[in-house]
Design a protein around this ligand. Structure first.
Ligand SMILES: [Zn+2]
Length: 454
């Protein structure tokens, strides 16, 4: 052990079976993690760490499974969390957007945005997610940041921009970019909450706004994310625009690249898959949403090929009325299962790959693999403890099979983010969850009354 590692840690997490997700995918029985100033400073047998640091604070994970915190690469944190399971799934997307989402967003107060983000963060942590890429909020991103911060989760936030005249909340490209830049300056790269350039995407963005947004993300060294091609509608719209399919259009604009995280990218042809692979653009794949909304992923989706060919793919849960439960275990199981069924090939994508997608590969896809996604010295201490006494772990099997097929977020016991214990015994250490539920119910009733929805 190096001299550096001998400095007194702030916290020892001891006794677990470490699923490191490091380059060798090592699984280390009865090992511990020492944490100092929010980072992992040592990984060693638990007995060694106990001997070296007898006085350090401890979190006992004996008999438990310890894994890196999970990455959710596309999650709407406003509006939907307050109206969970209320937008009917029998209506079409046009009615859902203009009959529900638009009036709800129009009626949100700043307090609603903060409360929604807090609900999302607390629930996500309970299922072992420690990093959330927020899919964009309309009005109060600062309050979204406040909500995420209060729960102690890591995340990116964005202010939704679009410049299609005549739509609610529309702004000129210049104004939309000015607001984006304001957010990037307020939440700089590298913080627990960092600003990303975030557009709604689809066909609701001019070429000027797309190009300007890409330049802005590159100038700040941050991510750019927007929705594209969850259905065939975007394909039709872009073909009508200039005869090019969406990814070819983005390539012509010069905005494909490692800084880009496209949400969905379901309806693609072979050339579009090649364009994403060649440019190293990333995709946030949200399989539950496509099933819930009937968007055709089982026929049109090419994510299995993208993953198999080494593409940059992370998973997401989208929104609590489309994808619903923000549990990355469920999303990973579905992504793997769909790929196996669509190819009728059990080699196509395995549970180990599914685990990669929500840990190290997901972290790489959102540009944070230098900080998170695996248990390695020098990385931020984002760690999840699964309760080894839960039925799903007795007896425990192969870790990837167990984590992807054999359980879900329900066996998460403790969560550490940036070295801080934010969940203990399944409850937030920072938020009174009963009070949160009470406030959310009151806010939901008031929001529905104000918006005229339901
Ligand atoms: Zn979305």
């Amino acid at each position: 052990m190096s001299e550096e590692a001998r400095l007194e840690p702030d916290l020892l997490l001891l006794g677990g079976r470490l699923i490191t997700q490091d380059a060798e995918r090592r699984v280390l029985p009865d090992h511990g993690v020492a944490i100092r100033e929010g980072a992992i400073c040592a990984i060693a047998p638990s007995a060694t760490l106990r001997r070296l640091y007898p006085d350090a604070a401890r979190l006992d994970a004996s008999g438990c499974i310890v894994m890196p915190g999970l990455v959710n690469a596309h999650q709407h944190c406003t509006a939907d969390p307050l109206v969970r399971s209320l937008i009917p799934d029998s209506i079409g997307s046009h009615e859902a957007i203009f009959g529900c989402a638009t009036p709800l967003h129009g009626a949100l107060t700043p307090e609603d945005d903060e409360l929604s983000a807090l609900l999302t963060a607390v629930e996500s942590l309970r299922y072992g997610t420690t990093t959330v890429v927020e899919a964009g909020t309309v009005a109060h991103p600062d309050r979204v940041a406040a909500g995420l911060s209060r729960a102690g989760i890591r995340g990116t936030i964005g202010r939704w921009g679009w410049d299609t005249p005549g739509l609610p909340f529309s702004a000129s490209a210049g104004e939309a970019l000015r607001l984006q830049e304001e957010l990037l300056r307020a939440f700089p790269k590298g913080g627990l909450i960092e600003g990303w350039v975030t557009l709604v995407g689809h066909e609701l963005v001019s070429d000027d706004l797309l190009a300007g947004a890409s330049d802005l993300a590159l100038a700040h060294g941050t991510g750019l994310t927007f929705h594209m091609s969850p259905t065939e509608a975007d394909v039709a719209a872009y073909l009508a625009r200039d005869g090019l399919r969406p990814m070819a259009h983005l390539a012509r604009l010069g905005i494909l690249g490692p800084h880009l995280l496209l949400a969905h990218a379901v309806w693609m042809d072979e050339q579009e898959v090649d364009l994403l692979l060649e440019s190293r653009s990333a995709v946030a794949y949200c399989p539950w949403a496509y099933l819930r909304l009937g968007q055709g992923v089982t026929g049109a989706g090419r994510h299995a090929a993208l993953i198999a060919r080494g593409g940059r793919v992370a998973l997401g849960c989208d929104a609590v009325n489309a994808g619903d439960l923000p549990d990355m275990h469920r999303a990973a199981a579905l992504a793997v299962g769909l790929a196996r069924d669509m190819t009728m090939d059990t080699q196509a994508i395995t549970a180990a790959t599914g685990l990669d997608l929500v840990t190290i590969r997901g972290a790489e896809a959102i540009g944070m693999a230098d900080r998170i996604g695996s248990i390695e010295i020098g990385k931020r201490a984002d760690l999840v403890v699964h309760d080894g006494s839960a039925a799903a772990w007795r007896p425990a099997g192969d870790p990837a099979l167990n984590l992807i097929w054999g359980t879900d977020g329900r066996t998460v016991r403790d969560v550490v983010v940036d070295g801080r214990i934010v969940l203990r015994n399944g409850r937030s250490t920072l938020v009174d969850e009963e009070e949160l539920a009470r406030r959310a119910t009151e806010a939901r009733d008031a929001l529905l009354a104000r918006s005229g929805v339901a």
